[in-house]
Design a protein around this ligand. Structure first.
Ligand code: MGP
Length: 198
């Protein structure tokens, strides 16, 4: 699918899940949602979140692969778009009660950008839906942010203060990504505060 088609498809109604097999599907431990936010043409005066929308919910391995392979690949997006994979019932917003007291680990993609971004994204998705984190209950979801200067992935956590949980998640994620680059943690309160404009 071409980039324009992807963006158009994601901007339309809820993305239907095409059944990929007639065999008994493999149920995931929990339900997940893909979200999408294309801020490349923001409407003037629109509040943050105006273009954020839930794209698809799934709870089987087969549906995950069907969705991921057809559309949810970061390198196919235009700059200033975000794709999210969050637990069903959790919105990818600071305001969501599950996220409100948390923060995010961020991995900035520096080398070989698009390929590295897609690889890191897929590794992270598989680790999440495969429940590979010991602290899985403390994770809200992950965001891939496609930007002109540098793409990044952010793994959102429920807590901003439980150091043992945060370090467990951060170390595991870094090992899964198999990178030597530093990843950094920011709590959502700091993200809010550091962005005042007049
Ligand atoms: P961002 O997209 O998380 O940061 O937030 P990034 O990607 O470093 O910045 P960018 O300029 O490259 O996009 C960017 C801005 O979006 C924030 O400063 C807020 O104004 C707004 N924003 C982002 N998030 C995740 C939220 C949110 O959850 N709630 C609200 N109200 N605003 C948000």
């Amino acid at each position: 699918m071409a980039t324009e088609d992807v963006n158009e498809a994601l901007g339309a109604a809820e993305v239907p899940i095409e059944s990929t097999t007639e065999k008994q599907p493999h149920k995931l431990e929990r339900k997940w949602c893909f979200w999408f936010d294309n801020q490349s043409k923001p409407k003037q005066g629109a509040a943050w979140g105006a273009s954020l929308r839930k794209a698809s919910t799934f709870d089987t391995v087969e549906d995950f692969w069907g969705l991921h392979e057809t559309i949810f690949i970061p390198s196919k997006l235009t700059p200033n778009a975000d794709i999210h994979l969050f637990k069903a019932g959790v919105e990818p917003k600071w305001e969501d009660p599950e996220c409100a007291h948390g923060g995010k680990w961020t991995f900035v993609v520096t080398n070989n950008r698009k390929q590295a971004l897609d690889k890191a994204w897929l590794e992270t998705l598989m680790a999440l839906i495969g429940e590979q984190f010991d602290e899985a209950d403390e994770i809200c979801g992950v965001v891939a942010s496609v930007r002109l200067k540098q793409d990044k992935l952010s793994l959102w956590t429920r807590t901003k203060s439980n150091e043992a949980v945060l370090m467990g998640i951060g170390k595991k994620w870094k090992a899964l990504l198999d990178v030597t680059d530093k990843i950094t943690f920011t709590n959502h309160d700091d993200s809010r505060r550091s962005r005042f404009t007049v």
